[in-house]
Design a protein around this ligand. Structure first.
Ligand code: IPE
Ligand code: IPE
Ligand code: MG
Length: 250
């Protein structure tokens, strides 16, 4: 993809968001509210991912990015961390064939060096299998952190230009983990918290933010449509005035 940046040029503001990025939060509270162990919420959360992948593909979203495990989630109890890892393996085992059959490309971004060998192998195989699919790209952010992403990109950029100083945005951008995707148009966070939690720090510069109290396992097609409807009512000015935008559309 040709590099496009919301800060160096005014991008398109597509009616259907081209790229939707989601912080899937509230699994634990969903379960606790039902007197279930937190893991029950994570299991149910995988079903919500399936629903949203399907609905996004039908609506013509080109990129769907979901935050599955953050670089800070290692701070959780060991038991929950290992359950989340196992759940990821199971989800890959169960879902990759279906994604492939639906012409969906799967990418996993983050510091994968902390995943065990089996998981790393499965991720590589899933990416390879779906690499040529064109309907939609689903990116799972795993052991991902926005600061990790910026730092790894800086390190690669510096290594690619030995001795150079004074770098530009255009030189950094190709090294970011999601360089293959346009910046997100719509960000959704479920679960009631209104924060970014070290998700896509660089890429969210001009993204429309949508927060909902709905816990992720309850997030439905209707919830997705409400988020998209909210997005469609925003005026994406990218630094310009509202009058300038009105002139352009008249
Ligand atoms: C999000 O749900 C899933 C992950 C972070 C893996 P949580 O597990 O954070 O659920 P809450 O926020 O405790 O309800
Ligand atoms: C963010 O959720 C990470 C994921 C959804 C994977 P958290 O629940 O971990 O975020 P904080 O810690 O409450 O900000
Ligand atoms: Mg949470």
């Amino acid at each position: 993809m040709k590099y496009s940046s919301s800060t160096t040029a005014v991008p398109d503001a597509p009616k259907v968001p081209r790229h939707v990025a989601v912080i899937m939060d509230g699994n634990g509270r969903w379960a606790t509210k039902r007197f279930l162990p937190r893991v029950a919420g994570h299991v149910k959360g995988v079903e919500a991912v399936r629903t949203v992948v399907e609905a996004c593909a039908r609506r013509g979203v080109e990129y769907l990015t979901v935050f599955a495990f953050s670089s800070e989630n290692w701070r959780r109890p060991e038991e929950e961390v290992s359950l989340l890892m196992r759940l990821f393996v199971t989800a890959l085992e169960r879902e990759v064939a279906k994604l492939h059959a639906n012409n969906i490309r799967l990418k996993v971004v983050g510091d994968l060096s902390r995943a065990d060998a089996k998981l790393q192998g499965m991720i590589a195989a899933a990416e390879r299998k779906t690499a040529a699919n064109t309907r939609m790209t689903v990116t799972v952010c795993f052991n991902y952190g926005g600061r990790w992403d910026i730092m790894q990109a800086i390190n690669k950029m510096v290594a690619a230009h030995p001795g150079a100083t004074d770098f530009s945005e255009e030189q950094l951008a190709p090294h970011l983990a999601m360089a293959y995707a346009p910046e997100p148009d719509l960000f959704i966070r479920t679960g009631g918290e209104e924060r970014i939690s070290n998700f896509l720090l660089w890429q969210l510069a001009y993204t429309e933010l949508f927060f909902t109290d709905t816990y992720w396992p309850d997030f439905s097609i209707e919830s997705l449509d409400a988020a998209i409807a909210s997005y469609q009512h925003r005026e994406r000015r990218f630094g310009r005035t509202g009058d300038q935008l009105a002139e352009k559309t008249n």
